[in-house]
Ligand binder design. Sequence first.
Ligand SMILES: [Fe+2]
Length: 320
Amino acid sequence: MTSTLNRVIVRPVAGHIGADISNVDISRPLDDEAVKSITEALHRYKVIFFRGQRLDHASQIAFGRQFGELTYAHPHDDTPPENFPEIYTVDPKRYEKKYGADFGVASRRRRYSYFTGWHTDVTAAVNPPAGSILRAEVVPEIGGDTQWTNLVAAYEGLSEPVRAFVDTLRAEHRYGGGYEISRSSSYAKVVEDNLLVAIHPVVRVHPVTGEKGLFVNPGFTSHIVDVSARESRAILDLLYAELTRPEYTVRLRWEAGTVAFWDNRATAHLAPADIEHLDLRRTLHRVTITGERPVGPDGRESELVSGQEFGANHKVVVDD
Ligand SMILES: [Fe+2]
């Protein structure tokens, strides 16, 4: 199964998703062939892993820019690292410092269902990022793994009548769509002041591969539009049960220097929840590639309900 594409080596790691990429130093500028090989591997395997890389903020940004324009850090993060507005630092301790010690635990308790750690990045935006690149700086010796699932495989695994049915649906996505943000929290205020809401097709046609994939996720999808609340819940539960099936997933054990690059148009991922009771450090840094408005099987684009397109010039409103 190992194939050599010029110098870049691509080794698939699971049956439906994921490949290890080796023989390339991504901290340096890539030649066109390497960019092409990595792009093809990304679209084919949906998430690709690089090990033992030595990236800092600047070289992570430079790596990302070879695959598209980068967004601002995050729709609600007003404190990216100085001089690196594209870097979003994933570190629970950072949020606890800012929004209170129980921020993480409290938000997890408010989850509607056990599916709710699964999400696709920033789908509350009308143009969710096309890709995300996450690098590990500090990771614990135990736990903290991330899992990804292949939303194209999950769609293709549905029976033909169900595929035909879900092809016709659209859904609202918003921050807090899959869990409840405490209305009194200062984080809720930032979310509200920067409200992003969009209606996306439930099935998205990938703009590069033409593949159809599910495009709902437990983190952001609030409901299926034009159906009853009860019907919406039942449809979403069915789709979430499918897209979280273990056979469509791959799980990554991080080490410092590991970089994961995923196609955010064809995957969802699960942030780890197995170390929150342990006092362990885990710091990762993300950049995201600006995406386009999704298109459904009927050719209809996503619609913006609230906010703006998510790109490089995003500004966070903070009104204390
Ligand atoms: Fe994420």
